[in-house]
Write a protein that binds this ligand. Structure first.
Ligand SMILES: CC(C)(COP(=O)(O)OP(=O)(O)OC[C@H]1O[C@@H](n2cnc3c(N)ncnc32)[C@H](O)[C@@H]1OP(=O)(O)O)[C@@H](O)C(=O)NCCC(=O)NCCS
Ligand SMILES: Nc1ncnc2c1ncn2[C@@H]1O[C@H](COP(=O)(O)OP(=O)(O)O)[C@@H](O)[C@H]1O
Length: 268
């Protein structure tokens, strides 16, 4: 099985590209949808958000007021850290001496804090977003999907890029990103900047990518780049990837069983 990471910045065009994958018949696990599910009324994530942000964060229906929560967490880094502790998608702890948007891991205390934070992530995130992503992926694996795209906005921030290869970054120039974000979400320029600054720098993500799609131009331009990306992503699986696929694993189990039976027969 090949797990392809698809990421980028907010409004850089991830959903646009993930729709192209879906149209091409490649299954996609969408972290935004998963993240919505894990805070539905009555879920563990919902209870934790209320515990942290209070009942004021609820709509009359009892569901989380996402717009309100978004306003709070995207304008206040401390509140965002609280949210991210609960969904634990952002296991980064930034060195106070470094710019917050530069990956830390530069000094020992920060490294130690990061490892502790990762351990916390494993404990608390398990019932929430990452486990939901895991189950969605497992369901597709059981159906026999050989290539699965994980569309995760915070792929690098959460260090989930460790599990995916190749990593595709959908990049867009800063001005176009602001304009598209404002036009899509109907937000002010300040709000748009706040949301963009809540994530690692898109240029840094681009430098870490295996494949970059430049979505600064027209949709047709992106579709043209996508054809080449699709060809790469659907190339025949390597041996390791084959072994990780459902059919590969079944073949190994079958061969082992036959081998054991034959060995027993010869021995007797
Ligand atoms: C804060 C929140 C309630 C706002 O809800 P909303 O206004 O409906 O916004 P959305 O959920 O559509 O998120 C908008 C974008 O914000 C970004 N975003 C979401 N949570 C973020 C976070 N904790 N830190 C930084 N950026 C975040 C994402 O890039 C997201 O997606 P996009 O790039 O596909 O556009 C909601 O984003 C949330 O619950 N976030 C926590 C879960 C999470 O971390 N999701 C990201 C999945 S990896
Ligand atoms: N190449 C493009 N040309 C024009 N508009 C685009 C292009 N790509 C995306 N958009 C628009 O920009 C906005 C952000 O794209 P989207 O795919 O939702 O980004 P993301 O999923 O990364 O947040 C959407 O309104 C989308 O329709």
């Amino acid at each position: 099985m090949r797990l392809v990471g698809l990421t980028g910045g907010i409004a850089s065009g991830k959903s646009t590209v993930s729709n192209l994958f879906k149209d091409a018949g490649v299954p996609v696990v969408d972290a935004d949808i998963v993240a919505r599910d894990v805070v539905r009324k009555g879920t563990g994530g919902w209870r934790k958000i209320i515990k942290t942000f209070g009942n004021d964060i609820l709509l009359e229906s009892g569901e989380i007021d996402r717009a309100r929560l978004g306003q709070i967490v995207f304008s206040d880094p401390e509140k965002r850290r609280l949210l991210n502790r609960y969904n634990l998608l952002n296991s980064n702890i930034f060195c106070v001496h470094c710019s917050p948007r530069v990956p830390q891991m530069q000094c020992l205390p920060v490294k130690v804090m990061s490892i502790l934070s990762d351990m916390l992530t494993i404990i608390l995130l398990a019932p929430h977003i990452s486990s939901a992503i895991f189950w969605e992926t497992a369901k597709l694996w059981m159906k026999g999907s050989k290539v699965i795209v994980l569309d995760i906005p915070l792929l690098f921030e959460t260090k989930m890029d460790r599990w995916t290869h190749p990593v595709i970054v959908v990049w867009v120039d800063p001005q176009t990103q602001i304009e598209r974000l404002m036009s899509r979400d109907g937000c002010s320029e300040e709000q748009a900047h706040n949301r963009i600054n809540a994530q690692l720098a898109l240029d840094w993500k681009k430098s870490e990518a295996d494949i970059v799609i430049n979505n600064s131009g027209s949709l047709d331009d992106t579709k043209e780049q996508f054809q080449e990306v699709l060809r790469k992503v659907t190339e025949p699986l390597t041996w390791k990837e084959r072994l990780r696929s459902r059919d590969g694993l079944f073949s190994v189990v079958l061969c082992t069983a036959v081998g054991v039976l034959l060995a027993q027969k010869n021995f007797l």
